[in-house]
Design a protein around this ligand. Structure first.
Ligand code: NAD
Length: 404
């Protein structure tokens, strides 16, 4: 029996699809079978016929679920989908395990093996082709800058015309990780005057190399693994106050700040929004049901304030460039599935430095130590080390001497 990868249609607010026809064709040539739910790719402009031409079978949802060795999804599938899955089937996608531990418990109880991209150890070089957070953030940052230029009531570049000179727009990007840097690069190419700000001082070089100005406050917050740490309430207040000055001097503020597994920090307070000049545009990439970086932002909505500023809840930017985002997502999925395939079977090596972290659940257990820590579970040790820990001191000595 070949490994069967099933792709389901995402929820109505999601335009992306987990596999593109190009990747399906490569998988089929490598002896995987692919089932695609009818219309799964239509919102990313991938029609059923393109999947059929690539060698997939287009089927109804129940058939795709039942026939799957592994289901590839962009976002957490609905509980109706999970209810139809059975023990031993696998699931890969952005499953939000760190913020929705009830979903993780449900998968574990059903003994579904779940790989979640949020858990990928991104600094391990083998994992870079699997890095959905980077590929989707990059798309999101680009689209955010385009959307900013489109929504802004003035030119982005300086324009010298017979009817006068237009000043360039001043764009400030708060949070200069993958999305922020892409937004800076894109806004720069559109001719705006761009500056960037982050609490990780290490990002200064990246911002400056793109030709933007790096701004700092007295608050610095580098955390583990290259990420930012959550700030204390006092640091947050201090940061917000210092940022208010920068915000007031800019026309467009694109915010991308995230702290993994937590609510996004509020960088633009209600006071800063209330004091913004008319026409000021806030594009909040962190806007989600968990909150956002801008006070008053609402996911997937544009709010116009009483003082004439606009706040765009832009947490769905990758979904707004669905074909490119899906292409990259699909390549990331392909990289993981290829990595865990051995002799025509999916093999989950829970002690592997990448797979052992990417795995939220396996055979009913919570595997990723990052997830275990978020769920207040004790650290899981690699099998060899766990065995060593259960040895008596004499057995350990014998092992060290090579005694059977
Ligand atoms: P992210 O999406 O988690 O957060 C976006 C940005 O928000 C980050 O730059 C973060 O520092 C910033 N931020 C968080 N809280 C903030 C606050 N209170 N004020 C201002 N800024 C705040 O970040 P990301 O894009 O996933 O990148 C995080 C880090 O991981 C970066 O250093 C990036 O270079 C690194 N990274 C490394 C690899 C790799 O090694 N292959 C791949 C991807 C990302």
């Amino acid at each position: 029996m070949p490994i069967t990868i099933s792709v389901l249609k995402e929820a109505p607010n999601e335009n992306r699809v987990a596999l593109s026809p190009t990747v399906v064709s490569k998988l089929v040539k490598s002896d995987y079978q692919v089932l695609v739910e009818k219309d799964a790719g239509s919102r990313a402009f991938y029609q059923d016929a393109a999947y059929t031409d690539a060698g997939a079978k287009v089927v109804d949802q129940a058939t795709a679920i039942k026939g799957a060795t592994i289901i590839a999804a962009v976002n957490q599938p609905s509980s109706e989908v999970v209810d139809q899955m059975s023990e031993g089937q696998s699931l890969i996608g952005l499953l939000a395990p760190l913020t929705d531990t009830d979903f993780v418990k449900k998968l574990a109880a059903k003994k579904i093996n779940a790989l979640s991209f949020e858990l990928l150890p991104r600094t391990v070089s083998r994992a870079q082709t699997m890095d959905v957070l980077s590929s989707q953030s990059s798309v999101a940052g680009y689209k955010a800058a385009l959307m900013a230029a489109d929504h802004f009531s003035r030119y982005f570049p300086m324009m010298i015309t017979a009817a006068g000179t237009a000043k360039p727009a001043k764009v400030l990007v708060l949070g200069t990780g993958v999305a922020g840097l892409q937004a800076i690069g894109t806004a720069n190419r559109l001719g705006a005057m761009v500056s960037g700000y982050d609490i990780r001082p290490a990002s200064r070089g990246e911002v400056e190399s793109l030709g933007a100005t790096f701004l700092t406050t007295s608050v610095s917050g580098s955390g583990e693994g290259g990420y930012a740490r959550a700030l204390t309430p006092e640091e947050t207040a201090q940061q917000q106050e210092e940022l208010a000055g920068f915000i007031a001097q800019n026309d467009v503020i694109i915010t991308t700040a995230q702290v993994p597994g937590r609510r996004p920090p509020v960088l633009v307070t209600q006071k800063s929004v209330d004091e913004a000049k008319p026409g000021t545009l806030f594009i909040d990439l962190a806007a989600s049901d968990l909150g956002g970086n801008v006070a008053g932002s609402k996911p997937a909505e544009t709010v116009t304030t009483a003082n004439g500023a606009q706040i765009v809840g832009a947490g769905d930017m990758a979904s707004q460039l669905p074909a490119s985002a899906s292409d990259m997502f699909a390549k990331n999925v392909q990289a993981v599935i290829t990595d865990i395939t051995e002799d025509g079977k999916l093999v989950f090596d829970i002690d592997d430095d990448v797979v052992g972290e990417l795995l939220a659940t396996y055979q009913g257990e919570i595997i990723s130590n990052r997830l275990r820590s978020a769920m207040e579970l004790p650290e899981r040790k690699p099998a060899a080390q766990a065995q060593d820990d259960t040895q008596t001191p004499d057995e350990a000595k014998d092992d060290a001497k090579g005694v059977d």
